[in-house]
Design a protein around this ligand. Structure first.
Ligand code: ZN
Length: 598
């Protein structure tokens, strides 16, 4: 969903970044800013180097160089997408989201919010029941046997759905919630005009979005007669098991910090890893990986390590997932645990070091599967063709062309065939495979729309331009000066865009210069660059230093431009110049030597 810039600013201005970040790290006032320990898990520090400016509504870490405005913080720290961050902040401030202002979708929104709050109620009621149980109860004994500490149980808000057939029914009645709403949330079901609890005698695992809402539940039966052993919420407006990942609300920041996500098959595996201190992990809920899962993972890291049980079911799961992972531009590795262990058992029995050793041995899923398929390979022609049939859908699905080339080369070597033969053989296998792998047109479109928000790319900016950007954020006079000097006409495109954004902003909000840095941060692809140079420029000793820097930077940019032009002319001169061109060339060289005085 696209929000217009005014709306985004309104949402941002409704919050104070100091209050918001204070709930993640303790901030102390120091002069005009607040300082605290950096909250980002990738940066563990003992002395505070994380600064938050209340005037400017931005943060910057002098240690790890992370920085940006409030929206950046929600994206980087809490792992939200841009639209999610805006929606979260709008909801918190009670601002109506424009696209949702029409009555029909507002109604839908209200219904969803109601379901979220009922789910939260269910989660809390079940958690209370679990706490009430005596240590001798079979449930507590089970938790102990699985090695789950009380801290983990309460951190993940596990609960106990009692043996009663109407525990949840009564809880809903007590809170004046209508049964059909409870039914939409998947908490109760109707039979012969009566309502019954959907979950009974089960250890409950709330499934929570990385934005904090309770989406649904997984329940594990503890007795042999409980079938199925794992029961998930039915499909509801909030919950589809192929779209959600367990644990992401806790692990998102660790996944970003490690730049790798470990995918396991169930919540018990998840909790075992998390408790052992391996926290960059998510669990699928008894399904194969879907395109929706992959898109969700994409936002946190491209490096996906899938842990499969080391049996034939694990291999089949890998075969199903590989093309989907590669078609979403992820870089999949796998780890098959030895001796048919599942991850939970493996950690319990062999300990964390052995487990980490197994993780170290993980390899690229494509190469691993290839090895598996070629176990008894004897270079017969029919075997080569069989392998090509297996790899064709995978190679056609790969989004990353460089990776595809590498895999093709590897395949030629291993099969002992010529590249040209392989390409032809793959081509023959093309038609029947592509349709199965690619997501449907409609699905594709929606993701493209979601990522459409175009940001200014700061990559190509020169050092001089970055320093000028810092000065612009220090004082509005520099924006006017840049305009006078017509620097945008000779600068890089990215810099010209930043200048025009700043000008535009000041025309609309002349009294709000303080918030300019926050605004520019929200318009560029790397907000930390903005905050870094803003901090630099505010540390200059006096106006004279700043002015000198301004002149130097503008001169440098100008000299670069002249050099470029001179080169161009020089080239032309070599190819027979006209007298006019000769004169032009002389002029450029003159200018090159007498530019702006300090
Ligand atoms: Zn930091």
């Amino acid at each position: 969903m696209a929000f217009d810039q005014d709306f985004i600013e309104r949402v941002r201005n409704a919050h104070n970044i100091v209050d918001y970040i204070s709930s993640f790290t303790q901030l102390k006032r120091s002069g005009s800013t607040y300082m605290g320990l950096c909250p980002f898990p990738s940066h563990r520090e003992k002395t505070p180097s994380f600064s938050v400016s209340e005037d400017k509504q931005i943060y910057h870490c002098f240690g790890c160089q992370k920085g940006g405005n409030l929206i950046t913080f929600l994206i980087e720290y809490q792992g939200m997408s841009f639209p999610q961050a805006i929606e979260t902040l709008a909801n918190k401030a009670g601002i109506l989201i424009p696209e949702k202002a029409n009555p029909e979708s507002a109604k839908k929104r209200d219904e969803k919010n109601q379901l979220y709050s009922i789910n939260a109620l269910a989660k809390d009621s079940w958690a209370k029941e679990l706490k009430k149980l005596p240590p001798t109860s079979p449930v507590k004994a089970y938790l102990k046997k699985r090695g789950l500490s009380e801290e983990i149980v309460s951190e993940f808000e596990l609960g106990w759905a009692t043996d009663s057939w109407n525990f949840m029914v009564q809880a809903l009645v007590k809170n004046k919630i209508q049964m059909n709403v409870g039914e939409s949330a998947g908490l109760v079901r109707r039979k012969d005009a009566r309502f019954y609890d959907y979950f009974r005698s089960r250890l409950m695992f709330p499934i929570i979005a990385n934005t904090g809402e309770v989406l649904g539940f997984g329940g594990r039966g503890l007795r042999d007669e409980d079938t199925p052993k794992y029961l998930n919420s039915p499909d509801t407006p909030l919950f589809h098991k192929g779209k959600v990942l367990f644990g992401l609300n806790h692990s998102a920041k660790h996944i970003r910090a490690e730049d790798q996500v470990i995918v396991v098959e169930g919540y018990m595996d998840f909790l075992a890893l998390y408790q052992a201190g391996i926290k960059n992990v998510v669990a699928v809920l008894g399904t194969a990986l879907t395109h929706d899962h992959c898109r969700l993972l994409q936002r946190f890291s491209k490096n996906v390590l899938v842990l499969f049980d080391g049996d034939s079911a694990g291999i089949r799961a890998a075969e199903r997932s590989l093309a989907i992972l590669l078609s979403n531009d992820l870089l999949p590795k796998w780890c098959l645990l030895p001796d048919d262990f599942d991850p939970d058992e493996y950690i319990q029995e062999r300990g964390k070091p052995a487990f980490q050793e197994a993780l170290q041995k993980s390899e690229e899923m494509f190469l691993g599967l290839l090895t598996f398929w070629m176990k008894n390979f004897s270079y017969q022609n029919y075997e080569k063709i069989q392998i090509v049939q297996k790899v064709a859908p995978i190679l056609h699905a790969i989004k990353n062309q460089a990776l595809r080339e590498l895999y093709l080369n590897e395949l030629c070597l291993r099969l002992r065939v010529e590249n040209s033969w392989l390409l032809k053989a793959l081509d023959q296998n093309k038609q029947q495979t592509t349709a199965e792998i690619n997501p449907t047109g409609a699905e594709k479109q929606s993701t493209e729309q979601a990522t459409k928000t175009e940001k200014v790319n700061l990559e190509g900016l020169s050092r001089a331009e970055l320093d000028l950007m810092g000065l612009m954020l220090k004082s509005a006079e520099y924006i006017a000066k840049l305009d006078q000097e017509k620097v945008s006409e000779i600068s890089s495109q990215g810099f010209a865009k930043v200048v025009s954004l700043a000008k535009n902003y000041l025309e609309h909000f002349p009294d709000d210069f303080n918030k300019l840095a926050g605004y520019i941060s929200s318009m560029v692809d790397t907000p930390s660059i903005v905050t870094h140079y803003e901090k630099r420029s505010s540390s200059y000793a006096d106006a004279k230093t700043a002015h000198k820097l301004f002149v130097d930077c503008v001169n440098w940019i100008r000299s670069q431009k002249y050099k470029e032009k001179a080169k161009e002319m020089h080239y032309k001169l070599q190819q027979n110049a006209t007298p006019q061109e000769l004169e032009q060339f002389m002029n450029i060289n003159k200018k090159k030597h007498g530019i702006l005085g300090t």
